[in-house]
Design a protein around this ligand. Structure first.
Ligand code: HEM
Ligand SMILES: *[C@@H]1O[C@H](CO)[C@@H](O)[C@H](O)[C@H]1NC(C)=O
Ligand SMILES: *[C@@H]1O[C@H](CO)[C@@H](O)[C@H](O)[C@H]1NC(C)=O
Ligand SMILES: *[C@@H]1O[C@H](CO)[C@@H](O)[C@H](O)[C@H]1NC(C)=O
Ligand SMILES: *[C@@H]1O[C@H](CO)[C@@H](O)[C@H](O)[C@H]1NC(C)=O
Ligand SMILES: *[C@@H]1O[C@H](CO)[C@@H](O)[C@H](O)[C@H]1NC(C)=O
Length: 328
């Protein structure tokens, strides 16, 4: 028996097909293929030049994307400057004097505006930039669906403090922050592998070096020779607080799996890094990633795509910001 769709159904379907190219309300791998064909080249070149000038910037750009996505969703809200009436994400403790790379995003955005005005969101740029920063540091590559739109308000300082994980928290607390964003323990472990590149200021781990948890002794889960060298970089005085130590002392500019191998030899820099060995489930994931670099590469890309989808604005929501630092 032949089945024909009813008339109103066909009309509705026809309207949907007509509207589909105008308002796409989901992320799409081909989102800018027609409207900005050179987008990926412009981003790649911008990240490449930034790294040629400053190798650390790859790490900073990766972290910028993470901090954007964990507060208010991936919506470019971290890029918004404070206004006279609102103090936003940039000024919150985990970000101020810590997140770097805003100028790189500005430069890439302005090149993209020249090629394709009012088309590409700052949020998609941040997302692509993080992917390219990893790839150009020798790490994995992953495909990204695009079409994120920019938020019009930043998160407040207190929301940043509540939602971003801190290096002084327990693994359980960090995991529940990830869970509340739709991520899981595996994402905590694999995304912590981002600490295979970049630097941390002494104040983010100094308590481990001298008087851990009021014990009068250093953290027993920190390797003794690494302890000695970290004490040289971060002497027990307040003026060492903003000195820098590499998060991966072995290959600090190369995106590889040595972060996980370091954890097996008690050489994680942050308390929250080494804590991944303090739980049987996460420790067995660490062991797997330390043994199988390919497994880490594959899972890292998959978790980055998940993170890049947290509470995104699509369709008619949000806007395409002209200048990443201010709403239109
Ligand atoms: C799991 C919870 C996490 C905690 C507690 C944490 C904490 C930190 C801290 C304290 C620093 C040093 C910041 C400073 O000294 O100014 C840092 C740096 C960094 N984080 Fe994380 N992080 C976490 C997860 C992530 C994730 C998911 C990513 C990215 C996918 C990431 C990427 C980075 C990078 C690349 C750096 C170095 C940045 C630079 O050199 O500019 N982190 N992190
Ligand atoms: C894309 O870049 C090429 C050069 O790399 C240029 O010839 C072409 O005009 C650009 N296309 C658009 C649409 O901007
Ligand atoms: C090069 O990197 C330094 C350090 O991050 C930065 O201050 C400077 O603005 C960068 N220069 C260019 C041309 O990007
Ligand atoms: C973990 O979270 C609980 C509940 O929010 C809080 O009371 C506790 O202080 C946190 N622990 C650490 C070490 O941050
Ligand atoms: C974790 O592993 C240790 C040693 O292998 C074992 O003694 C302990 O019971 C395990 N804990 C849990 C919760 O499985
Ligand atoms: C680690 O790898 C082993 C063998 O490939 C697998 O059986 C195990 O489930 C993995 N552990 C975790 C926690 O993923």
């Amino acid at each position: 028996m032949e089945h024909k769709p009813s008339e109103p159904f066909s009309v509705a379907l026809f309207c949907l097909l007509l509207l589909a190219p105008l308002v796409r309300s989901q992320l799409d791998y081909k989102f800018y293929d027609a409207s900005c064909p050179n987008l990926t080249k412009l981003v790649r070149y911008g990240v490449w030049s930034a790294i040629a000038n400053d190798t650390r910037i790859a790490a900073s750009l990766l972290r910028l994307h993470f901090h954007d996505c964990f507060v208010n969703g991936c919506d470019g809200s971290l890029l918004l400057d404070d206004t006279s009436t609102f103090t936003g994400e940039k000024t919150a403790l985990p970000n101020q004097n810590s997140v770097r790379g805003y100028e790189v995003i500005d430069t890439i955005k302005s090149n993209i505006e020249k090629a394709c005005p009012n088309t590409v969101s700052c949020t998609d740029i941040v997302t692509l930039v993080a992917r390219d920063a990893v790839y150009l540091s020798g790490g994995p590559y992953w495909e990204l669906p695009l079409g994120r739109r920019d938020g019009t308000t930043a998160g407040s300082v207190s929301v940043v403090n509540q939602q971003l994980p801190s290096p002084f928290e327990t693994l359980d607390n960090i995991t529940s922050k990830f869970t509340s964003k739709g991520l899981d323990l595996k994402d905590v472990v694999v995304l912590s592998g981002a600490h295979t590149i970049g630097f941390a200021q002494c104040f983010t781990f100094k308590t481990r070096l001298f008087d851990f948890d009021g014990s009068g002794n250093p953290d027993p889960t920190l390797d003794a020779s690494l302890l000695q060298s970290l004490r040289t970089v971060c002497p027990n005085q307040a003026d060492s607080d903003s000195k820098l130590a590499p998060l991966d002392p072995v290959t600090s500019t190369r995106f590889d799996n040595s972060y996980f191998r370091n954890l097996l030899s008690k050489s994680g820099i942050l308390q929250s890094d080494q804590a991944l060995m303090g739980d049987n489930t996460s420790a067995s994931m660490v062991i797997n990633y330390s043994r199988f670099p390919y497994l880490f590469s594959r899972d890292f890309g998959a978790s980055m795509v998940k993170m890049a989808n947290i509470d995104v604005l699509t369709g008619q929501n949000g806007e395409i910001r002209k200048n990443c630092r201010v709403k239109n």
